[in-house]
Design a protein around this ligand. Structure first.
Ligand code: CMC
Length: 363
């Protein structure tokens, strides 16, 4: 029995591989640095979907279909009422996505892929009392999402930063939310159910919920010379430092460097970002030293979430929406894994070890 299923291989996949000892992520035969900042999100989603849908068209047609589906799912924005707006963005977007009919076909998959990119900006604008902005299918996925969020045509560095982010988080082996999506797929429930399971599993702070609190940590620390005392106090309280540690990576998470590079590129044209980046680098350095001192036997390095926080903040997303942006990218991986699992036809049904009381013996 393995409490966290550590080291258990529970699926065979052609989608991505995570080499935790060497810090290498491979997605469909490409290393992360060959796709992050190099390919668009729609191209990576198309790559992931390859071989999983009989009617998958060429990459251009697929990207056009995704744009068309952004316009179609905009119709769902009318269901974002006050009750939905009172929820955290992750839960609000999930609730509206539940209106998409379950299915196994490519049309269902592209609708689900399009939905968070449209629903999240609409949710955030409505929450601020602003009218939602309709998508423009001619834009790229990242550019359109930013336009729907900010109402401005974003520059290439900004669009590139969001595209890099969405690609970087699109797939990552058998992480908790992908496993949840595969378990649901294995019961033949359908793609909507699998994606909703992915949303549910992603939102916890041990998985995709960490970057919001990272902003709170940076704000709490405020200046580089406060980092050490703040971190020591947090660890003394028994807190975990968000953005550090990983179940699989025993070295630096390669996604952190891809995102840090994107933040650096954005910082060149920004007045505020260089200061924020300097603070983050000081916090990272202090955290690594202190974690090493506290846990000399457990390599704890920076993970994807740390620079995610900086990048998404600079793009104008509020911290409580960061996990939903993560979900916007990871939906590609959930859909591909759900299809891959479904095509095996095999139900995932492990066993548990009973440690409860035995029935009383009959008198
Ligand atoms: N800060 C302080 N202590 C830590 C941290 C941390 N970030 N991460 C692990 N530890 C400690 C942990 O408390 C444990 O100590 P002890 O043995 O005294 O109980 C020891 O290191 C070993 O940790 P573990 O629980 O075996 O590690 P895990 O593989 O279960 O946890 C993790 C991985 C990501 C849940 C954990 O490192 C963590 O909670 N990190 C903070 C939250 C975070 O950044 N989450 C985002 C993860 S990356 C996104 C993704 O790919 O899903």
């Amino acid at each position: 029995m393995s409490q966290g299923l550590d080291d258990i291989i529970a699926a065979e996949t052609r989608l991505s591989s995570v080499d935790g000892a060497h810090g290498i992520l491979v997605v469909k035969g490409f290393s992360l640095d060959q796709i992050a900042g190099q390919k668009s999100f729609e191209d990576v989603a198309w790559l992931l979907f390859g071989g999983l849908f009989d009617d998958l068209p060429d990459a251009r047609t697929f990207a056009a279909q995704l744009g068309h589906d952004r316009s179609e799912v905009f119709d769902l924005v009318r269901y974002i009422d006050d009750g939905i707006l009172a929820l955290p963005p992750m839960d609000g977007v999930r609730a509206i996505m539940a209106r998409i009919a379950d299915g196994e076909d490519l049309a269902t998959a592209t609708r689900l892929l399009a939905a968070p990119a449209v629903l999240l900006p609409a949710f955030l604008r409505l929450r601020e009392g602003q009218p939602p902005l309709a998508p423009d299918p001619r834009r790229g996925h990242a550019a359109d999402m930013l336009h729907m969020l900010n109402g401005q045509v974003a520059g290439p560095e900004t669009v590139g930063a969001l595209d890099t982010y969405l690609v970087t988080v699109a797939d990552h082996g058998l992480n908790a939310s992908t496993f949840a999506a595969r378990v649901v797929a294995s019961t033949w429930s359908g793609l909507t159910s699998s994606v909703l399971a992915g949303f549910a599993a992603l939102k916890g702070p041990l998985h995709g919920g960490a970057p919001g609190p990272i902003i709170a940590m940076l704000d709490g620390i405020a200046t580089p010379d406060n980092a050490e005392a703040w971190i020591e106090a947090a660890l003394a309280r028994g807190d975990r430092l968000m953005g550090f540690g990983h179940r699989i990576y025993k070295v630096r998470d390669p996604r952190a460097d891809a995102l840090k590079a994107a933040v650096r590129r954005m910082a060149k044209g920004s007045n505020l970002l260089p200061g924020r980046l300097k603070l983050a680098e000081a916090v990272e350095q202090a955290a690594l030293e202190i974690l090493h001192r506290h846990k000399p036997d457990r390599p704890l390095d920076v993970n994807v979430e740390f620079y995610t926080a900086l990048l998404l903040e600079a793009l104008g997303f509020p911290p409580d929406a960061f996990t939903a942006v993560f979900a916007t990218g990871r939906t590609a991986g959930w859909l591909a894994h759900a299809r891959e699992q479904r095509l095996t036809g095999r139900l995932i049904r492990p066993q548990s070890s009973y440690v409860g009381p035995e029935p009383a013996a009959a008198a």
